[in-house]
Design a protein around this ligand. Structure first.
Ligand SMILES: [Zn+2]
Length: 228
């Protein structure tokens, strides 16, 4: 007998299927899809046989859930900026509403609007940092663009319009500068190549020889930087 415990009671869904299947839901709940005639013993045997697999899946589900849990803006909770995490602290000062030193210091009087205050703060930083990075790469590599605009997109990190405007989501400012630079360079290169052709990637590589590492990072970890 295995001593590992299944942390959630299983739910059995019977249908006209032929075999028993175990499914761990994103919330960790175990669902058993079983044929109408499957006995409780058959089901229990299958669960018993896959105890380790179920426990592993449930643990993974729990970890993923924690990762995507919305911010609650509680003292001690950490918030990212340029790839580093800083704990939140409430302070008595009225202004600024939010300040970053070794911690994120939120004025107690702004606690009720923490989400809004944080978003405004991130956007302000994003505007300054993006402008600086775009100018840097544009000057160095001879790109001419019209405007840098902030978007609030959750997955589309950046885009480039045919008119020559660059759109970057402010959410990028939570990520390391190398990643911001990758998106900046990516969108600048679209000014020359509007598609993802070989010529486009060659241009990106010319400017950022390690762009593949950055692109991979963004693909794998970008979604962790959700807000709120
Ligand atoms: Zn692109």
């Amino acid at each position: 007998m295995s001593t590992k415990k299944i942390t959630t009671p299983a739910k059995i869904i019977r249908s006209r299927r032929k075999s028993i299947a175990l499914v761990v839901q994103p919330d960790g709940e175990l669902i058993i899809r079983a044929p109408k005639r499957a006995t409780r013993k058959q089901i229990d045997n299958l669960i018993e046989k896959h105890t380790n697999w179920i426990a592993k899946k449930q643990m993974q589900a729990k970890e993923t859930q924690a990762l995507f849990a919305p911010h609650l803006f509680r003292e001690g909770e950490s918030f990212p900026f340029l790839g580093k995490d800083y704990p939140l602290e409430f302070i008595d000062l009225e202004k600024p509403k939010l300040n970053l030193e070794k911690t994120f210091q939120l004025a107690k009087s702004s606690q009720g609007q923490a989400e809004k205050v944080f978003e405004q703060w991130y956007k302000k930083q994003a505007r300054e940092i993006f402008a600086e990075r775009v100018t840097h790469y544009a000057q160095k590599h001879g790109f001419s663009y019209k405007k840098v605009k902030l978007s609030s997109a959750k997955k589309r990190w950046g885009s480039c319009s045919a008119k020559g405007n660059l759109n970057l989501t402010w959410r990028l400012v939570m990520m390391p500068i190398e990643i911001i630079d990758y998106v900046v360079v990516h969108e600048l290169c679209h000014l020359r190549e509007l598609n993802h052709s070989k010529a486009f990637w060659a241009e990106v590589e010319r400017i950022l020889p390690d762009y593949k590492v950055r692109r991979k990072w963004l693909k794998e970890k970008g979604n962790k930087f959700h807000f709120p």
